[in-house]
Design a protein around this ligand. Structure first.
Ligand code: AP5
Ligand code: MG
Length: 225
């Protein structure tokens, strides 16, 4: 059963595309009742629903570039507004620029939350292209799979919900992944020192097995048995 703590924990999962942010966030949600706030997921939902924001960001995302700081910070702010103060939060894919890091400070202060940890998933970028280009998900429940590492147990049928339709992200082509990585190096990696200066960064080996990465994250967060 999920384990709760007195103070809800607020953490950032930081790492390049394919580092495993979404994979690990999902596990923390399942095990500890935290809430995953993924700006990528929110933006994809907006694109799918063809909202004004979705129409604005579609081409930018397909090119692998970052959408504007204002748009993503507004999404995060709205989500936190609607969230119980008792629920811990995992920021997945946000912040991604220094400007967003400053906005997050303001948003958290407004909601009387404090940032407890930044977990950096340390990965080998060359391996990430293979991880990302092989990735696909169940079109119904969102369960994640991989062409090589994690195929459905029964071909063409989702292990979790039995659905037979799968989808791939339009930005998961090799060329776009390279652009996304360049964006990470240029704009996101430079925010790490902000958090290092506060002494809240924990580095975890993101190239280990998914279960091992989860265990390391739980250890650095002081969770688990
Ligand atoms: P976003 O959706 O955040 O994508 P990303 O950061 O590029 O990261 P991914 O979701 O591709 O990877 P992940 O780290 O979640 O890895 P996963 O767990 O899936 O952003 C998409 C776009 O939206 C951006 O390019 C930008 O345009 C826009 N955007 C979003 N947020 C923004 C912001 N704040 N500001 C501006 N623009 C923003 O794992 C990947 C694969 O590897 C899976 O198949 C998984 O099964 C596998 N895997 C995971 N861990 C392991 C492991 N340890 N060993 C082996 N395989 C593993
Ligand atoms: Mg993700």
């Amino acid at each position: 059963m999920p384990q709760f703590w007195v103070e809800p924990m607020n953490i950032i999962l930081l790492g390049p595309p394919g580092a495993g942010k979404g994979t690990q966030a999902t596990r923390l949600v399942e095990r500890y009742g935290m809430r995953q706030l993924s700006t990528g997921d929110m933006l994809r939902a907006a694109v799918k629903a063809e909202t004004p924001t979705g129409l604005k960001v579609k081409a930018i995302m397909e090119a692998g570039e970052l959408v504007s700081d204002e748009i993503v910070s507004a999404l995060i702010s709205d989500e936190l507004e609607a969230l119980s103060p008792q629920t811990g939060v995992i920021f997945d894919g946000y912040p991604r620029t220094a400007e967003q890091a400053h906005s997050l400070d303001d948003i958290l202060a407004k909601h009387r939350r404090k940032l407890d940890r930044v977990v950096e998933l340390a990965v080998d970028e060359d391996a990430l292209v293979e991880r990302i280009t092989g990735r696909f998900t169940c079109a119904k429940c969102g369960e994640g799979y991989h062409d090589v590492h994690k195929l459905p147990r029964s071909a063409g049928v989702c292990d979790k919900c039995g659905n037979g339709e799968f989808k791939r992200r339009p930005d998961d082509t090799e060329e776009t992944v390279r652009t996304r990585m360049a964006e990470y190096r240029a704009k996101t990696a430079p925010i790490l020192p902000i958090y290092e200066g506060r002494g809240i960064v924990e580095r975890v080996d993101g190239m280990a097995d998914i279960d091992e990465v989860s265990a390391s994250i739980e250890t650095v967060l002081g969770l688990g048995s």
